[in-house]
Design a binder for this molecule. Sequence first.
Ligand SMILES: C[S@@+](CC[C@H](N)C(=O)[O-])C[C@H]1O[C@@H](n2cnc3c(N)ncnc32)[C@H](O)[C@@H]1O
Length: 349
Amino acid sequence: MTPPRPPSPEPTEDRIIDAIQPIRAHVLAVGIYHLFDTGLYATLESGDGATTEALAGAHGMDAVRLAAFLKYLRNEGILREDAGHFRLTAKARELHAFRGWYTMFIGGYAGTFMQLGEALKVGASPASRDGKKVGVGANEISTTDTIPLASAMARRHLGTVRHVLDLGCGSGQYLVELCKSFPEARGWGVEPSRGGCDVAEENLRKHGLRERVQITCAPAQEFVKTPVSFPADFGVVAFVLQEILGQGGDAAVEQFLRDAFERFPDMHLLALEVDYRLDDATLMHHGLGLAFYNPYYLLHPFTSQRLEPNAFWESLFARCGLEVVVKQPIDRRVDSTGLVVGFLLRRAR
Ligand SMILES: C[S@@+](CC[C@H](N)C(=O)[O-])C[C@H]1O[C@@H](n2cnc3c(N)ncnc32)[C@H](O)[C@@H]1O
């Protein structure tokens, strides 16, 4: 016999406020994403306050809806309103450095999270995502953690870089930063999302690097089978092996790595992956564990991606005849969990 259900607490006001805080956080995250994505943030950042009418005119927006959006953000402490002029608050200005997390999780995956219920059913198709926003957001986040690691590892272990290859390059920010760090370097970026390639080309043009870096719109597995006269000495495959693993399983990743080193035998390849530790209670209750890794781990099986623990990758690299020159987590000051790890690989000698 099923025991009788304990009586639900009465929905008194304090309990309602407490129970619906996740809804408030959800809407606020979406609002902050749109503040960035519409360009309103950039306009407000560059000027000294603007009225709803001026912002609506400059952005081709509906003034009534925009007024509701701006006042909503004001009430959440993101904007300040003085005599009808809206300005970013100090809290909003601080958010600038964290834009990438909003681009990736909200722009890229908010639609995915809304498909969870349907996608849970046996035989359901994977949930969709916005691949361009995922790539752009991941690149924005990488600027604070994995790009400095890539640069430092290349300098320490290769001395310099002449031909850098980024497989799954998103918006091309690794190529931008590596070409700045190594002025003699030429680059090649490979990215299957058409939107991502367009953003990468524009990003490289903006940094005056369009002549030094080539972009190919294709899956990395296809690219490494194509003959190219580009003697890559440093390659990056950042959060992309997990994509290939989800798309084609272990065999596809092994084939990809074998083909990559066949084509570029002298390359050092930096593979960045996230250690899969969803059941590690200590890590999952760490601040970043709950704020980042818990939703990050969640979205992978729904979008044909597969995360694995570090030991899985190390054994796969060994099966492909690769040697781990060094294994290093990102800077502890931005992430003390040690979950994001770079493996610098080369052909075993
Ligand atoms: C999480 S993002 C990482 C982007 C970038 N590497 C970074 O670290 O910022 C994953 C990227 O892999 C790309 N991708 C997915 N499948 C791929 C494949 N088979 N070959 C190459 N890239 C792929 C996606 O389009 C996306 O840009």
